[in-house]
Write a protein that binds this ligand. Structure first.
Ligand SMILES: [Zn+2]
Length: 100
């Protein structure tokens, strides 16, 4: 995603829109939402398969570390994924930085 986005600035009085080209926190957060959504869909789709062993069958989830070039996949069973989500934790590949 190379799109820029706009941030509202109130500097100097009136509100104005500023074009932000760097990777601001907002943008990182937005990308993380996309990853979370992606994994939620994998989970949902996997749940629909009949005969899936939630405790045993690994599925390919996407690393949610949020690094711009990260395309790592993380193998988790549905039960493992659900445990992470239940604790509000992210799916992160081994060695990848957990986002702050
Ligand atoms: Zn990663």
């Amino acid at each position: 995603m190379a799109e820029s986005f706009y941030a509202v600035s109130s500097a100097g009085g009136g509100l104005r829109l500023e074009r932000v080209t760097g990777r601001g926190e907002q943008q990182v957060a937005a990308e993380r939402d996309v990853l979370l959504e992606l994994n939620a869909r994998v989970h949902e789709a996997a749940r629909r398969f009949e005969g899936v062993e939630a405790e045993q069958d690994p599925w390919d989830f996407t690393c949610e570390c949020g690094a711009p070039d990260c395309r790592a996949h993380v193998s988790l069973t549905l039960a493992e994924y659900e445990a992470l989500r239940a604790e509000d934790r992210l799916v992160v590949a081994p060695g990848h930085q957990m986002p702050a």
